[in-house]
Design a protein around this ligand. Structure first.
Ligand SMILES: Cc1cc2nc3c(=O)[nH]c(=O)nc-3n(C[C@H](O)[C@H](O)[C@H](O)COP(=O)(O)OP(=O)(O)OC[C@H]3O[C@@H](n4cnc5c(N)ncnc54)[C@H](O)[C@@H]3O)c2cc1C
Ligand code: SF4
Length: 572
């Protein structure tokens, strides 16, 4: 597909709206406000990685890693995989135009209704019917679907066999993948999924319905300007109203001076870590925000774990595109899941999904998993050996549940850091370990909680679902943003529910608790909901429906121009 981003030199000094970050929250915002006729700029710190450019070999994957820990930083600041080593917990997030959607598994689930009955949410979210409308709009654009052939995959059968241990059979998981070739709502021509399993390495087919293939091209079709390599540090209210957004160019070389763009309306959509970090820095420069800023961080009770040595073939290592090996049927990254619902205590409900490791990781798996056998592992690290040998029965699990959301994000050396002293003792990890251990042993394998526990990673829990930091609340005493995602104003003299004009946070940072399911659908739904409120508050109008274009954009045709949106929708 054509590149969506423009060179940063073409950034204009002033826009109606600046959106910071380009994941689900940023993509929805840019599309809707561009459709409403606003002049929108999106600033994204990462690179634009288009279909066909995702890492398929281990050296490429290694080059896409950026790792930050206490007093250490390695890798390119625009690497796709942004790993934050923490003393209490590690966090993995995506970095690039499209955010986490570029490297996620695409599982799209709506939480148990009891999640929204928790009084931690402002009443309006459950009561104004716009949450349902948000979910409906989100589903129309990211299009969750179930793979009709899911149950034929070896990894699904292995989960089915093991599920006897938990007394609950697996079901097909809804994933935001195109199982048939189609022209999507943004007018992008997507091929059908090739079942290569590489979703978490980045889809080189163009079948995953990422933000980069849906909301962002829609935003560009409606006139939005997208910029990469722009890392926002903080925002400052201007004396005339509006906001100065301060950023630096990534990889611009030493001495790159900070730059500023001004907007009447700023939407922080840099993810739970990014948006909280920007507000924390802005507070240090005088922005009066709620004392709740940084609090209420949740890992969404999320873990990745493994089973090694199962008796059955699992085939859960991606084969990539183009395929590296023939004759192995992998399937989508997640085909099946076991849903365990505790009717009495929501906290005990959990979902276990079978997952696939990206093909680029294949050569290093022996060194990771063969106990005390790293040398032996290195000798066995031929790719074909991984697909045929003991690794053909390696199981990968993604499990999601509920935690206490009691982590805290703060600034250390001007970078966001997570403090959560009791994280590893959260009851959720014992529950998940027990369930996974039972599943794996039933299949004849050994449960491997963390193959990297003996390395720099240690035994801390890790999450790919960071949530919170700028949680919603009724007023600034219990939240950082209100139910419309507007940031509470904490200046002296401001009322408890007063907000800063034109300042929003719209992404995973606004979640006030764990969701207990993979979060992408809820983040997208709440962003769609926020747009409906924003439009009504600002007298804006937009239609959110798909459009039919006379010239669809093929996903694999670099350099093609994006045709502008038709004046009136042919269908909506
Ligand atoms: C490996 C993996 C698998 C996952 N699988 C699933 C799944 O199957 N289902 C699911 O629901 N969820 C999954 N997730 C989680 C999901 O992808 C995230 O919850 C989601 O992407 C968060 O959306 P967001 O809009 O909050 O922010 P993000 O998608 O994280 O987007 C934020 C964007 O802001 C940019 N940014 C950050 N800081 C700055 C800054 N200072 N200046 C400019 N730009 C900035 C980032 O580079 C990023 O592009 C997975 C995540 C990972 C990493
Ligand atoms: S399984 Fe392969 S082709 Fe299908 S969406 Fe995932 S990465 Fe793309």
């Amino acid at each position: 597909m054509t590149r969506l981003a423009r060179p940063l030199d073409r950034l204009e000094p002033r826009y109606d709206v600046v959106v910071v970050g380009s994941g689900y929250g940023g993509g929805v915002t840019a599309s809707r406000l561009a459709r409403a006729g606003k002049r929108v700029a999106v600033l994204e710190r990462g690179r634009e990685v288009v279909t066909g450019e995702f890492p398929s070999r281990f050296p490429d994957l290694r080059g896409e890693m950026q790792v930050t820990g206490k007093r250490m930083r390695m890798g390119s600041p625009t690497g796709l995989y942004d790993v934050r080593f923490g003393e209490d917990m590690h966090v993995l997030v995506g970095c690039g135009l499209g955010g986490g959607s570029l490297i996620n598994a695409g599982v799209a689930l709506r939480p148990d209704p009891r999640v929204f009955r928790d009084p931690v949410w402002p009443d309006a979210i459950a009561q104004d019917a716009l949450l349902d409308e948000g979910y409906a709009r989100a589903a129309q654009w990211v299009r969750p679907a179930r793979d009709a052939s899911a149950a034929t995959r070896s990894k699904f059968s292995a989960l089915h066999h093991a599920s006897a241990a938990l007394g609950k059979e697996p079901v097909q998981a809804p994933v935001v993948l195109s199982f048939e070739a189609n022209v999507n709502p943004a007018g992008v021509e997507q091929p059908a999924c090739s079942y290569c399993g590489d979703c978490c390495g980045g889809c080189n087919v163009g079948a995953k319905n990422t933000v980069a293939l849906t909301y962002l091209p829609d935003a560009v079709r409606h006139g939005a300007h997208l910029f990469t390599h722009a890392r926002v540090s903080h925002i400052v209210k201007t004396p005339r109203g509006g906001w100065d957004v301060h950023f630096t160019r990534q990889e611009g070389g030493a001495g790159e001076s900070p730059r500023t763009v001004t907007a009447e309306l700023v939407v922080l959509a840099a993810g739970a870590l990014g948006s909280t970090e920007i507000l924390l820095r802005s507070r240090e420069r005088g922005l009066a925000v709620s004392d709740r800023l940084g609090q209420g961080f949740s890992a969404n009770g999320d873990i990745i774990a493994f089973g090694y040595g199962a008796k059955r073939p699992v085939n859960a290592i991606g084969v990539g595109h183009p395929r590296k090996v023939e004759g192995i049927d992998v399937g989508a990254c997640v085909s099946g899941q076991i849903e365990i619902v505790d009717e009495h205590d929501l906290a005990n409900s959990l979902t276990i999904q079978e997952g696939v490791l990206p093909s680029a990781l294949a050569p290093v798996l022996p060194a990771l998993f063969i106990p005390n056998g790293r040398l032996l592992g290195a000798l066995k690290s031929l790719v074909a050996g991984v697909y045929k040998g003991p690794f053909a029965s390696l199981q990968t699990f993604f499990a999601v549940s509920h935690d206490s959301a009691s982590g805290r994000l703060l600034l250390e050396d001007d970078r966001v850091a997570l403090s959560w002293a009791g994280a590893r003792d959260e009851p959720v990890y014992r529950r998940l370990d027990a369930a996974l251990e039972a599943l794996v042993s039933h299949g004849g394998g050994s449960y491997v909680k963390n193959p990297l526990a003996g390395t720099i990673m240690g035994s801390q829990p890790a999450t790919a679902h960071p949530l919170g930091g700028c949680g919603v609340g009724r007023e600034r005493a219990d939240g950082v943003v209100n139910h419309k995602c507007q940031v509470f104003d904490a200046r002296s003299g401001a009322g408890p529910a007063d907000v800063h004009d034109g300042l929003y946070v719209i992404d995973g940072a606004i979640m006030p608790r764990s969701l207990g399911v993979n979060p992408l659908l809820t983040i997208t739904a709440l962003a769609e909901r926020a747009m409906l409120h924003l439009a009504s508050d600002h007298g804006l109008a937009f239609d959110a429906g798909p459009r039919r274009y006379s010239a669809p954009i093929p996903v694999t045709a670099p350099g093609m121009e994006i045709a502008p949106a038709p004046r009136a929708p042919i269908s909506s």
